[in-house]
Design a protein around this ligand. Structure first.
Ligand SMILES: Cc1cc2nc3c(=O)[nH]c(=O)nc-3n(C[C@H](O)[C@H](O)[C@H](O)COP(=O)(O)OP(=O)(O)OC[C@H]3O[C@@H](n4cnc5c(N)ncnc54)[C@H](O)[C@@H]3O)c2cc1C
Length: 355
């Protein structure tokens, strides 16, 4: 694979002299990036992780923290937020440097084979890079009805996180995908009332839609649309008007409006980094997880190769491949296959005891 990025010399960028050089920089602290960080440490590589969100966990933290996951290895059933906590604990075994609230904006390959990562706050250095950036920067699709934009943060939510925030509240959810239906079912036992307004048929998982239809959640669909949102005296959302398929208008009282009408998947700044892209995903070599830029690897939802599955389990396996190849990029004499963690850790314990 051939890079089509023009190297930029360090003198073109203000790099802080104290800025450390890491063996591996992982872009993205979702489940894939966190596992990559752990695995880098297992390989004895120094590692930094950079994420634009304020918390680790990627999609699990941002979109579905209170949803159960059933198909990650070792957990018959686990809440996404609990799984993230376990991933963070595992990653921390490798003592990574973690930079949150920091977006990587430019990736600059250097003439000596290393990289500068220009971020929103700094210029970081690295000998290799693993991109685990999921769908890129998360951007929820905004509801455009009058009043909604003004009340964002005052009762209008795009990222619902804690169930407790909705206890005893009159909740209205807009949307009919997984996220909308999951939140409706999850909040029903906790909220004072839950109502769902949706434009077409429910597109969520069949079992969850069945659960929704058996619940006390009041459903307004299909062809129902919010047309106006209004604040009360307290300045927060208080009521809304929606119309149905016959064009009739109705008003609802509302304390919390959750807009779950989807997210835009956009690799954002990564578009201009010189990667070969396929439908907004970075094309990688399926054997090595290397991108078309030597020394830059990919793993998780961001990558594209034939028969790719966008699942947490697959991202973890790709992270292992990406890190092992990153290690041999940094040190061509290193073994590609380090063996099992059981053996590696046993050997390390013996070496530590001997010194
Ligand atoms: C509602 C829902 C339910 C799901 N259920 C399951 C399930 O049951 N089982 C399953 O296996 N999968 C499930 N998935 C899919 C799973 O969430 C993804 O496969 C997984 O999150 C991918 O992990 P990732 O680390 O590759 O990417 P993400 O989780 O998307 O994390 C990527 C991170 O990269 C950061 N980032 C992006 N660009 C930059 C940048 N330029 N600079 C800095 N940081 C950046 C983002 O902020 C983000 O934190 C579900 C997805 C959704 C939406």
């Amino acid at each position: 694979m051939v890079s089509n990025v023009t190297p930029i010399e360090p003198q073109d960028l203000a790099v802080n002299d104290a800025e450390p050089m890491f063996d591996i920089s992982v872009i993205g602290a979702g489940p894939t990036g966190l596992f990559a960080a752990f695995y880098a440490g297992l390989r004895g590589a120094s590692v930094q992780v950079i994420d634009s969100l304020e918390e680790p966990g990627g999609a699990l933290t941002a979109i579905y923290p209170e949803k159960y996951i059933y198909d990650v290895i070792g957990y018959p059933k686990v809440l996404a937020k609990d799984f993230v906590a376990a991933c963070v604990e595992q990653a921390m075994r490798s003592n990574p440097t973690i930079h949150l609230n920091e977006q990587v904006q430019e990736l600059l390959p250097q003439a000596d084979g290393t990289f500068l990562l220009k971020t929103s706050t700094s210029v970081r250095r690295s000998r290799s890079v693993v991109i685990a950036a999921g769908v890129g920067a998360f951007e929820p699709t905004r509801l455009t009805a009058p009043g909604v934009a003004e009340l964002e943060g005052s009762g209008v939510h795009y990222f619902a996180k804690r169930v407790e925030d909705f206890r005893d509240r009159k909740v209205v959810i807009v949307g009919g995908g997984d996220s909308a239906v999951d939140w409706a079912v999850t909040l029903e036992p906790v909220a004072e009332s839950v109502k769902v307004i949706h434009r077409s048929k429910f597109r969520a998982h069949e079992a969850t839609v069945d659960e929704l239809e058996r619940s006390t959640v009041e459903l307004f669909y299909p062809k129902c649309e919010v047309i106006e949102v209004r604040a009360g005296d307290h300045g927060r959302i208080a009521s809304l008007t929606f119309k149905n398929g016959d064009g009739e208008h109705a008003d609802l009282e509302v304390d919390e409006l959750i807009c779950a009408i989807g997210f835009k998947a956009d690799p954002g700044p990564m578009r201009s980094w010189g990667f070969e892209l396929a439908r907004n995903q970075i094309v990688v070599d399926k054997i090595t997880m290397e991108t078309n830029i030597p020394g830059v690897f990919g793993a998780g939802d961001i990558v594209s190769y034939p028969a790719k599955f966008k699942l947490i389990a697959n991202g973890a396996a790709e992270a292992v491949t990406a890190v092992n190849h990153a290690v041999t990029y940094v040190n061509p004499d290193a073994r590609l296959d380090p063996g099992h963690s059981t053996t590696i850790m046993e050997k390390r314990a013996k070496e530590a005891a001997a010194t």
